[in-house]
Structure formats: structure tokens, C-alpha cells
Design a protein around this ligand. Structure first.
Ligand code: ADP
Ligand code: GN1
Ligand code: MG
Length: 364
């Protein structure tokens, strides 16, 4: 089906005049849509949902509708602007949150104007703002009824089960790449005991289960072009019950890297402790007293774990023939794995300093 015809299935304002690929996501296929509404331009984001990754679109979209409706009320109560501070779905002509045809499943969001999604944290203040946004996001969802949330990807941040999938990929070695990545495999094996930490603490309820975003990479918060302040947390596909350590950790993984996630020159890649301090400061302000002392003391572990897990996922995908993450060249997942493992090593050496910073800014 033609993309333009798909767009017309939704309650958009005007006639679509321009459709182009947009953004840098690894999962969905995103387009920017421009419509002419009697001379006024209205912009939208169209996404083809990756149904291999998200196999229950109904459940996924009901999570997003539920969470965005809840957030809108909170934003209004806080005196904010619900049109830009959370995602706004555009419904289909028959009132559904997505459109499905034999080509796939599609959704449309209103385009949030005058913002940028950063691939790298160039500026400490901007990154502090991102920390505030993600901390505040978890705080705003503190009273959200998690029982209505559908688990879109089972065991998403269960590092134990991610490790098991990695071992299976090494054993099967279906594309015969294992011999070429023995050092990387050893890097994971040396840290296998670490994979149980957070999972065990959640199971024993020592760590609270919360409603978390689970994909808090820096480019999932839109930043105002004008003020550099955060405007909106986006990419709500993986909202599920989880640990606060996941959200803090994944943001540190992506934002405290001095290089890009797929920087091939590892001399440019490293963990920046000053950026860590900025983010932590913002996060603690955003989350306020909605963090337990144990969570605070384990933030550094969360950062190491999320980075390790992500590197292991890239390596697993490389060993499985690149079936999950979008790649732009054959070694792309391996390059991404290297940046993550470099970050893990750096953070392991700086853990005490990270803990000191977490305590310095904690409100509990
Ligand atoms: P993926 O799951 O593939 O990462 P995202 O939902 O994060 O997909 O969208 C990809 C990119 O599209 C984002 O990084 C951002 O640049 C842009 N984007 C997504 N939603 C909006 C929106 N409502 N307004 C403006 N830009 C958006
Ligand atoms: C994917 O969708 P995107 O690009 O924001 C992935 C995350 C990874 C990230 C690594 C649903 O995030 O878990 O951390 O790539 N999302 C999913 O860049 O698997
Ligand atoms: Mg994204």
C-alpha cells in the first residue's frame, strides 16, 4: 500500500505533500510527513511498527494510549503543555490508535516542533536536563497502575535471560562468526556472575518494581532547539514494569560516551565522569524522593549492567546474523559492541567515584 494512502487513513489535517525517512532509531521505521492544510503546514511522525520485535501491536498501543493519557493529566496538573510534553497519537478515521494492513502496522504522532534528538551529549547542561526529564518521567508514573500494562517484550532487561540467549547464539554459531570474536565472547564470560544481580534483587522485592521507560537513550528525549531544555520523553514502546536502575543506566550508557554508539575509532570512545555528574544531578532533581537509598547506591551498577547488557545484545545479534537491530554495514553490530565494552571497562574503574556522586546529589 502506498505510504500516502496509509497516511490518509488517519485524522490528519490537510493533504500529505511530503513524506521522507526520519530519525536514527534502530527498531521502527520512521517518516516525517508534511501536510498542506489550506496553505498551513502541519507535520506528523509516521511509524511503521517493527512487528518482529513487537508481536502484539494491540497490547503495545494500549500501553502507549494508557500512559500518554495519564501523563497528559499530570502535565496539566503541573501547569505544563500536554500538546508537546508527551506524545500525542493521531487516531485513525475509525478511531483506532493504529492502522494495520498486509504491509504492516502504522501509527502517527503529532510532530513536536523546534526540538532535536541528540546522538551525543555535547553539552553538560543539556545532559543535566535530560537527566531531569528521565527522573521526572519515572516520578510522574509512580502512581500509574502497572497491572494494566502489557509486557511487550518479555524479559526485556532480564540480563540473566539475555546472557542465556548470548550463550545459545555462541553455541549455535549459525553464521560462523564466533571464532572471529573470541575476545569479545571472553569479555562477556568473565562477567557472567554479574548478570544475576538486579534480577535477583527484583525477584526478592529488595528493589521495587516500578513503571519504567526501559529505553532511555539520549535520542529518546526531545530537546528544545531554542532553550536546550528537555521538552518530551519519546519512544514509549517499551514502557513496562522494571527497575529504576534500567532507566538511569541506559541513559548513562548512551549519554556519557564521549563518542557515538557506533564510533569505529575506540580512541574517541570513553566514559565521561563529568557528564555522569551532570546527568545524576538532573536525575536526582527530577526523581526527588521517589528513589530508595538502595536504588541510589546501585545506580553505578545499573549503568554498568545496562551498558554490558547492550554490548552483549549487539554481540548476540552479530552472532545471529544481524536479525534484530538495523545495521548499515556488515560489522555494524560488532562496532557497537566494542563501544559498549569500552564503556563498561571505563566504568568498572570509576565505580567508587560514581557512587560518591550519586550520594552527593541524592534527596534521600
Ligand atoms: P525507534 O524506536 O526506532 O528509536 P523513535 O520513536 O525513537 O523510534 O523515533 C525515531 C526518531 O524520530 C526519534 O529519535 C526522533 O528524532 C524522531 N521522533 C519520534 N517521534 C517524534 C515526535 N513526536 N516529534 C518529533 N520527532 C520525533
Ligand atoms: C534500540 O529503539 P531505539 O533505537 O531507541 C533498543 C534498545 C537499545 C538501543 C541501542 C526495543 O533502541 O533496547 O538499548 O536500540 N530498543 C529495543 O541503541 O530493542
Ligand atoms: Mg528511539
Amino acid at each position: 500500500m502506498d505510504i500516502k494512502d496509509i497516511v490518509k487513513k488517519f485524522k490528519i489535517n490537510g493533504e500529505p505533500i511530503k513524506i521522507e525517512p526520519y530519525g536514527n532509531g534502530h527498531i521502527n521505521t520512521t517518516f516525517l510527513i508534511e501536510c498542506d492544510n489550506n496553505g498551513m503546514i502541519c507535520r506528523y511522525i509516521l511509524q511503521k511498527i517493527n512487528t518482529t520485535v513487537f508481536n502484539n501491536v494491540e497490547g503495545l498501543m494500549s500501553n502507549i494510549l494508557g500512559v500518554t493519557s495519564f501523563l497528559k493529566e499530570r502535565i496539566i496538573a503541573n501547569g505544563g503543555n500536554p500538546d508537546i510534553e508527551t506524545l500525542n497519537l493521531v487516531l485513525t478515521n475509525d478511531g483506532k490508535s493504529y492502522f494495520e494492513c498486509k504491509d504492516g502496522a502504522y501509527r502517527i504522532y503529532k510532530f513536536i516542533e523546534n526540538t532535536v534528538a541528540l546522538q551525543i551529549a555535547e553539552d553538560k547542561e543539556v545532559f543535566e536536563g535530560a537527566g531531569y526529564a528521565f527522573g521526572n518521567f519515572v516520578k510522574m508514573l509512580n502512581d500509574y497502575d502497572a497491572s494494566g500494562l502489557f509486557e511487550v517484550i518479555q524479559n526485556f532487561h532480564n540480563t540473566q535471560s539475555r546472557f542465556q540467549k548470548f550463550i545459545n547464539a555462541v553455541d549455535k554459531d549459525i553464521v560462523k562468526r564466533a571464532d572471529s570474536v573470541r575476545d569479545e565472547i571472553d569479555f562477556v564470560l568473565k562477567r557472567s556472575a554479574m548478570c544475576d544481580n538486579i534480577v535477583t534483587l527484583l525477584e526478592s522485592k529488595t528493589l521495587p518494581l516500578r513503571v519504567t521507560h526501559n529505553d532511555t537513550k539520549l535520542n529518546n528525549v526531545l530537546i528544545s532547539e531554542e532553550t536546550g531544555k528537555p521538552v518530551c520523553v519519546i519512544d514509549l514502546d517499551t514502557i513496562m514494569p522494571g527497575s529504576l536502575l534500567y532507566d538511569f543506566g541506559d541513559a548513562i550508557r548512551s549519554g556519557c560516551n564521549t563518542g557515538l554508539e557506533d564510533e569505529p575509532d575506540l580512541t574517541k570512545v570513553g566514559f565521561d565522569i563529568e557528564l555522569f555528574e551532570s546527568f545524576t544531578k538532573g536525575f536526582m532533581t527530577g526523581i526527588g524522593n521517589c528513589i530508595t537509598p538502595l536504588e541510589r547506591d546501585l545506580l553505578s551498577l545499573g549503568a554498568i549492567m545496562m551498558t554490558f547488557e547492550c554490548g552483549m545484545r549487539f554481540l548476540t545479534d552479530y552472532l545471529e546474523g544481524d536479525t534484530y537491530f538495523k545495521i548499515h554495514y556488515p560489522e555494524h553490530n560488532l562496532v557497537r559492541c566494542h563501544t559498549q565494552f569500552k564503556m563498561v571497562s571505563d566504568m568498572e574503574n570509576l565505580r567508587d567515584k560514581m557512587d560518591e556522586i550519586a550520594r552527593k546529589y541524592s534527596k534521600v
